[in-house]
Write a protein that binds this ligand. Structure first.
Ligand code: 3PY
Length: 359
C-alpha cells in the first residue's frame, strides 16, 4: 500500500506529464487520492512555485504545461470542473462563466499577479471564494523597469541605437537626439502605492526637484517617505515633467489618461505607464504624441496585449513600447510563483494567506 504522500508524488508526476497515458497503477493512485484537494494551474509557472506545490504533499495538481501560449478558454473551462483550488496568471479571465464551470468545490483562487483586474471580485465574493495575489515581491523589479523605461523614453535610447546601427550617425551634432533630463524636474505619480514610492525613491538621486501625486485621497504616510505633495489630477497633468502611472485598473481609473489629461500636460513632458493599458485611452495618446502635445511616452502595458504590430503607436518614434515585462526578473518571477503557491496551499488549509484580497 502506498503512503498517501508517495501516492500523491506519483500522481503529481503523472499530472505534470500530460503526454503519459494512465495505466492501472495510475488508476489505483487516483482512487487513493480522491480525497486530496484538486488544483488546476493555468500556466507553467516558475520552478519555485511548482516545487512548493509538489513538495507540499497537500494537493494533486494538473497544469497547462506551457509558458508560450495561454490555456485555451475551452480547455480551461473543462479543466476547472470540480477543482478545489485554482492558480492562475493575469491572462485568464476569472468570471461568472468560469466559476460556474468550476462548480461549488472551488474554495481558493490564487493569482500570480499584483493586479487583479482580470478577476471578477463580485462573482468570487458571491461564491465565498478566497483570493490570494502577489503584491510587494514585485515592487523592486517594477520600479527598476519603470526607471529604465522612463530614461529610455526621455533620453531617446531606442531611437539612438537605431540611428547608430542604421547609418544615421553622422557628425556630432548640437541638438541631435536631445531629450529631457530628470535633474530639476517635477515628477508626478498617478496612484501612490508601494510601487509609486519605490519609483520615486529610485528617481530622487537623479536630482528631481519635486514629487507630486494624486490618488482618490491623500496618502500622507506613503507621501512622507518621498516628500511628495498631494495635488489634483489637473495639477498633476499641468505640473509634471514626467508623469508615471502607478494606479490599479478599476472602473474609476479606466481611461483616466485621455485627451483631457494630455491636453493639460506640457509639450515637453514624458508619460510613462507600467500599470495597466486600460488606464489610458490609446487613441488620445496617439493624438497627443503625434501632434507634439506631449514629448514622449513609454508603455509597458497596452490594450490589447500583445499590441498588434501594425498598431499606430508603433509608428511613432517618441513612443517606446515594451511587452509587459516590468516584473520580469528571474528572482521576482520566482518569488511571485512561490507566493502564489503558498497562498493557495494556506487557503486550502483554511488558514490566512500571506497576501489575501479583502473581498
Ligand atoms: O503582477 C502583475 O499584475 C503584473 O502586471 C505582472 O508584472
Amino acid at each position: 500500500m502506498l503512503s498517501s504522500r508517495m501516492a500523491l508524488r506519483r500522481l503529481q508526476r503523472i499530472a505534470v506529464a500530460p503526454l503519459s497515458f494512465p495505466g492501472a497503477a495510475t488508476t489505483k493512485v487516483l482512487r487513493e487520492m480522491s480525497s486530496v484537494p484538486r488544483v488546476y494551474v493555468t500556466r507553467q509557472i516558475p520552478p519555485e512555485g511548482l516545487k512548493i506545490l509538489r513538495d507540499s504533499g497537500q494537493v494533486q495538481f494538473e497544469l497547462w504545461d506551457s509558458d508560450d501560449v495561454p490555456v485555451p478558454r475551452k480547455e480551461l473551462l473543462q479543466k476547472v470542473k470540480g477543482v478545489d483550488g485554482l492558480l492562475c496568471v493575469l491572462t485568464e479571465k476569472i468570471d461568472a462563466e468560469l466559476l460556474d464551470a468550476a462548480g461549488p468545490n472551488l474554495k481558493v483562487l490564487s493569482t500570480m499577479s499584483v493586479g487583479f483586474d482580470h478577476l471578477s471580485l463580485e462573482e468570487l465574493k458571491k461564491r465565498g471564494i478566497r483570493v490570494g495575489y502577489t503584491p510587494e515581491v514585485l515592487t523592486d523589479a517594477v520600479a527598476e523597469l519603470t526607471v529604465a523605461l522612463l530614461l529610455a523614453t526621455s533620453r531617446r535610447l531606442i531611437e539612438a541605437t537605431h540611428e547608430a546601427k542604421t547609418g544615421g550617425w553622422g557628425t556630432w551634432r548640437t541638438l541631435w537626439l536631445c531629450g529631457y533630463e530628470l535633474a530639476n524636474s517635477t515628477v508626478g505619480i498617478l496612484g501612490l502605492g508601494r510601487i509609486g514610492v519605490a519609483i520615486a525613491e529610485r528617481l530622487a538621486p537623479f536630482k528631481v526637484k519635486k514629487f507630486i501625486y494624486t490618488d482618490v485621497a491623500p496618502r500622507p504616510e506613503l507621501a512622507k517617505a518621498i516628500n511628495a505633495e498631494y495635488v489634483s489630477l489637473d495639477e498633476l497633468a499641468k505640473q509634471s515633467d514626467f508623469l508615471s502611472v502607478c494606479c490599479a485598473l478599476t472602473p474609476e481609473t479606466k481611461e483616466v489618461c485621455n485627451k483631457d489629461l494630455f491636453k493639460k500636460m506640457k509639450n515637453t513632458s514624458i508619460f510613462i505607464n507600467t500599470s495597466r493599458g486600460g488606464v489610458v485611452n490609446q487613441e488620445d495618446l496617439y493624438e497627443a504624441l503625434s501632434t507634439g502635445q506631449i514629448a514622449g511616452a513609454g508603455l509597458d502595458v497596452t490594450v490589447p496585449e500583445p499590441l498588434p504590430t501594425n498598431h499606430p503607436l508603433f509608428t511613432l518614434k517618441n513612443c517606446v513600447i515594451l511587452p509587459h515585462v516590468a516584473s520580469a526578473s528571474y528572482s521576482t518571477r520566482n518569488a511571485m510563483s512561490a507566493l502564489a503557491a503558498n497562498n493557495l496551499l494556506l487557503g486550502l488549509r483554511g488558514q490566512p494567506m500571506i497576501k489575501e484580497l479583502k473581498l
